[in-house]
Design a protein around this ligand. Structure first.
Ligand code: IMP
Ligand code: MG
Length: 204
């Protein structure tokens, strides 16, 4: 017999052992996503939205955000790839998997997980903006607080967080941890096993 849980029962709050600290709890995420949904609903009243999640990370956020928006809405995805390795963006970002929906005349809202250097949004904004959308804005779950200003700003920001490597709620390290229901700081020992390696950032 498969193990079952009574409807409405709470799972015990357990933090993954690879997570040093929970930065944004499941509850805080739910509350802020609902707020963003209300704000977007009000700002786009009377219009139809084309909500575009940036794969793979934004899949989790966009699924929740879409359900918090009370407007006629289409959902699509795009994926971007960064060429070159290192801890910082290489400066060469390209669309890897394009939208299925046409963009011309649509109110497009790009959805991403983290605004760090701003390079991803900068490139997607230019690429998709060239296709003649009626409007083009962006929403990010997290904005990293870093010394240098980002190349691109987001129109809606969920949370501003310190410049630390985070996972969960769609965000990965080497494709893992995306399913954690909170945003947490990954223990450096996970990506610095020898003390000398640094995180190689890949988009999405
Ligand atoms: P940007 O192009 O420098 O703004 O980087 C944004 C992308 O880098 C995001 O879409 C994420 O996929 C990735 N990223 C940046 N910081 C983190 C992090 O702390 N954890 C996981 N992915 C990150
Ligand atoms: Mg990633």
């Amino acid at each position: 017999m498969p193990r079952q849980q009574a409807a409405g029962a709470r799972r015990p709050a357990r933090v993954h052992p690879d997570v040093e600290e929970v930065l944004v709890s499941r509850r805080a995420l739910a509350r802020r996503v609902a707020e963003l949904g209300r704000q977007i609903t009000a700002d786009y009243a009377g219009r139809e939205l084309l909500l575009v999640g940036i794969l793979r990370g934004a899949a989790v956020f966009v699924a929740d955000l879409a359900r918090a928006i009370d407007l006629p809405l289409r959902l699509d995805f795009v994926s971007a790839a960064s060429y070159g390795a290192g801890t910082e963006s290489s400066g060469d970002v390209r669309v890897e998997q394009d939208l299925r929906e046409p963009v011309a005349g649509r109110h497009l809202l790009l959805v991403d997980t983290v605004l760090d250097t701003g390079l991803t949004l900068h490139v997607l904004d230019a690429t998709l903006g060239a296709r003649g959308p009626a409007s083009l804005r962006s929403v990010v779950l997290l904005r990293k607080h870093r010394g240098t200003p980002p190349l691109h700003t987001a129109d809606y920001v969920g949370f501003t967080v310190p410049d630390r490597f985070v996972v969960g709620y769609g965000l990965d390290y080497a494709q893992r941890y995306r399913n954690l229901p909170y945003v947490g700081v990954l223990r450096p020992s996970i990506y610095q096993p020898m003390g000398g390696l640094t995180v190689t950032k890949s988009i999405g």
